[in-house]
Design a protein around this ligand. Structure first.
Ligand SMILES: Cc1cc2nc3c(=O)[nH]c(=O)nc-3n(C[C@H](O)[C@H](O)[C@H](O)COP(=O)(O)OP(=O)(O)OC[C@H]3O[C@@H](n4cnc5c(N)ncnc54)[C@H](O)[C@@H]3O)c2cc1C
Length: 671
């Protein structure tokens, strides 16, 4: 297959040693003086961690900011869902961490497909984020002595993850929101809650505004600015079922794409290994069990098929299986990282076991995440500390449960509420699910898209995580972009706008953009078809998961492209949107979002088709062999992306050979 690449993309990466690029760059870019910042308007779409931190900082600097979100408050952005933590190279544990190591882990974790200059900058500013958030009062977990605590996430050998129980995103968002509130109080940020951006307006080749719909009244509004920033999150909901908030969507990014912003790596999706398995067709949402659980939880399936069958038939409980009858497959295959391998590796391994028939629930798509060993380990330690009988199993177990509860209590409670099983007593059941999209709007080193004046930050852009994002790195990137990167880089562009004056909205460009938004809405309201929006979204999601999910091949991807285009045609003909355009109409909002997913889905499949590679959570397999053999081939293809040292003698490798110890990372020079 022939690939053509545009030569127009200029990443604008600074030259020179990678560790000096950001400092040198900041010293050389154009600045806007404080008095002139008052003359400049910036629209920030999105008030999650990326958009919220950007809006607050830009306003603090003196720009006039208009912030938009579709929720009823910036505090309800999807970022609030983040559970496990945020990375920073503070080396508080003295375990050998450094800016370089965080940079290196992130680049390696992303299968060497991220832009290295951006990632180095990210690692560099990571430490500032923690200081900033602590100053805001974010209640990060602290150790016995009162110092900030850390835990580990997958794909690294140090503890660099700062956390606030299982609610890190919520606490960070409250911090960003208070920073915003200060500026709202000063009149420097004007917030437009319950407003959905439906188009970006380009004037003389520059982004100069947006068209937004007031979701409460249905009114279509024009808003102008000297620059537009999109912090509009990821598009995992193209799969219908995902761990993302129900409202997360691609509309803002997609409209920007249709106005000329390039989209990069649309098919790179993170399939998170520890989610509550799908239970049936009625579901509209999947729930994440934070990766932090893999610090203490051990992942396993039964070793023998007879036990799998007995468990599925309800004749055997997992707790009745002896250690010898369990296959702790991650510990077996990846002894150095054990249960803390990167997400893509853990997800593929779970799928491999389940495809081989070892899945433990009725659908055959689940593995165990077991805390029994951790409970006993912590319990013994506590019994020792308290001078109690370490051989008394009941005492030890109770003490251990308390420690596990203190660390992960809210996650255990959530699991119990959804599954109706007590995870302190029986192992959790988990399975991989769509969680994050590494792909997104292409941006240069300034975080500017290919449309001048249009910026993308946070999950909405593509640059930092390559083919796989390491855990706790999304919050880091969102806040790095918003607090520490964009506020500098956008000045370079805006320095040309100090004499421009207010951008008028009564121009033909705004007329045209508004007209096309209105026509779209009219179509949905007047269509009066026979099927709900969700009917089409579900249908799309099924194609995406089955043909563009973890395992991909040419035939399936070609079929997916065809099927998605048929679903899209049927959607426009048959979709039924009740109600009117001039009221709060969630079905209407959903229709617009699904329409964009139906276009993105096709691009996604085309991107996947072009990539004759295995990377991240995706493996390409054209060999229609037996399932087991096919899986082993996929494993090899993937590991080769991790620069696997041993040469394969044969396409069918023993899985035991595929351990990280065998990976010799080539010396790379970043000078
Ligand atoms: C369950 C879960 C747990 C996670 N845990 C972690 C974790 O522990 N650590 C970690 O690093 N990452 C975690 N992540 C990932 C992380 O939460 C997200 O990647 C990150 O929060 C995205 O932030 P954002 O600001 O880019 O976008 P979001 O928080 O998604 O915010 C998007 C904003 O854009 C607005 N918006 C979108 N479209 C429009 C539009 N058209 N018009 C107007 N407004 C619009 C929304 O209203 C919202 O304000 C987790 C993700 C999930 C799903």
């Amino acid at each position: 297959m022939k690939h053509t690449f545009s030569s127009t993309l200029d990443s604008k990466e600074p030259k020179g040693p990678i560790a000096e690029r950001w400092t040198k760059y900041k010293n050389e870019i154009n600045l806007v003086n404080p008095a002139n910042k008052r003359l400049i308007d910036v629209i920030v779409v999105g008030t999650g961690l990326a958009g919220g931190s950007a809006a607050a900082t830009l306003a603090e600097l003196g720009y006039n900011v208009k912030a938009f979100c579709f929720q009823d408050s910036p505090r309800r952005a999807h970022s609030i869902a983040a559970q496990g933590g945020i990375n920073a190279a503070k080396n508080y544990q003295g375990d050998g961490d450094s800016t370089y190591r965080l940079f290196y882990d992130t680049v390696k974790g992303g299968d060497y497909r991220s832009r290295e200059s951006n990632v180095y900058r990210l690692a560099e500013v990571s430490a500032n984020i923690i200081d900033q958030c602590v100053a805001q009062g974010v209640p990060f977990a602290r150790d016995y002595g009162g110092l900030l605590d850390n835990r580990s996430f997958g794909g690294v050998l140090v503890s660099r993850t700062f956390y606030a129980k299982g609610q890190t995103g919520q606490q960070l968002l409250l911090g960003a929101y208070s920073a915003m509130n200060r500026q709202i109080g000063r009149g420097k940020i004007k917030v437009y809650n319950r407003h959905e951006m439906l188009d970006v307006v380009i004037v003389d080749g520059k982004a100069r505004g947006i068209i937004a719909r007031n979701l409460v009244t249905g009114e279509i509004e024009r808003h102008s600015a000297h620059a537009v920033v999109l912090g509009t999150g990821g598009y995992g909901n193209v799969f219908f079922l995902s761990t993302n908030a129900m409202g997360s969507n691609v509309t803002a990014a997609w409209k920007a794409h249709k106005k000329g912003a390039y989209f990069a790596n649309p098919c790179y999706t993170q399939i998170h290994p520890t989610c509550i398995p799908v239970s049936g067709d009625h579901q509209s949402k999947l729930t994440l069990m934070s990766e932090s659980l893999r610090n203490d939880g051990r992942i396993w399936v039964p070793k023998h098929m007879k036990d799998v069958i007995a468990i599925r038939e309800g004749k055997l409980k997992p707790t009745q299986l002896t250690e010898d009858d369990r296959d702790y497959y991650l510990e077996r295959r990846y002894p150095a990282f054990g249960n803390l391998v990167p997400r893509d590796v853990a997800s593929r391994a779970a799928k491999e076991r389940c495809d081989a028939g070892f899945g433990v629930n009725a659908t055959g798509a689940a593995v165990y995440l077991d805390f029994a060993a951790a409970i006993m380990r912590y319990g013994k330690e506590q019994a020792f500390i308290k001078g109690l009988d370490e051989t008394n199993e009941t005492t030890v177990r109770e003490l251990g449960k308390e420690i596990v509860k203190a660390k992960y209590g809210n996650l255990f409670q959530m699991y119990e509420k959804i599954v109706d099983e007590n995870p302190y007593e029986t192992p959790m059941m988990i399975y991989p699910a769509v969680h994050y999209t590494m792909g997104g709007i292409w941006v240069d080193y300034n975080l500017q898209t290919t449309v001048p004046g249009l910026y993308a930050i946070g999950e909405a852009n593509f640059s930092d995580h390559g083919a796989n994002r390491l855990g706790a790195s999304a919050l880091m990137q969102g806040l790095a972009d918003g607090y520490f990167v964009l506020p500098y880089t956008i000045g370079d562009y805006l320095s040309n706008d100090i004499r421009t004056g207010t951008i008028p909205t009564d121009t033909k460009e705004f007329d045209e953009a508004e007209k096309s938004v209105q026509e779209n809405i009219n179509h949905f309201i007047n269509n009066k078809g026979s099927k709900s929006v969700d009917y089409f979204h579900k249908k799309l999601g099924k194609v995406m998961w089955e043909k563009c999910g973890m395992s991909r091949n040419e035939k399936d991807l070609k079929e997916a492209i065809e099927e998605i285009s048929l679903i899209r045609k049927e959607f426009y003909k048959e979709v039924m949107v009740p109600g009117t355009a001039n009221e709060f109409n969630e079905e209407l909002a959903k229709a617009g979002r699904v329409a964009d997913f139906l276009e993105l889905g096709e691009l996604f499949a085309k991107d996947a088709l072009l990539r004759e590679e295995s990377a991240g959570g995706h493996f390409r397999d054209e060999h229609q062999t037996s399932e087991g053999e096919a899986m082993r081939r996929k494993e090899f293809q993937f590991v080769s992306a991790w620069e696997y040292k041993g040469e394969p003698k044969d396409a069918v490798l023993h899985k035991e050979e595929l351990v990280y110890e065998n990976i010799e990372v080539k010396e790379r020079s970043y000078k």
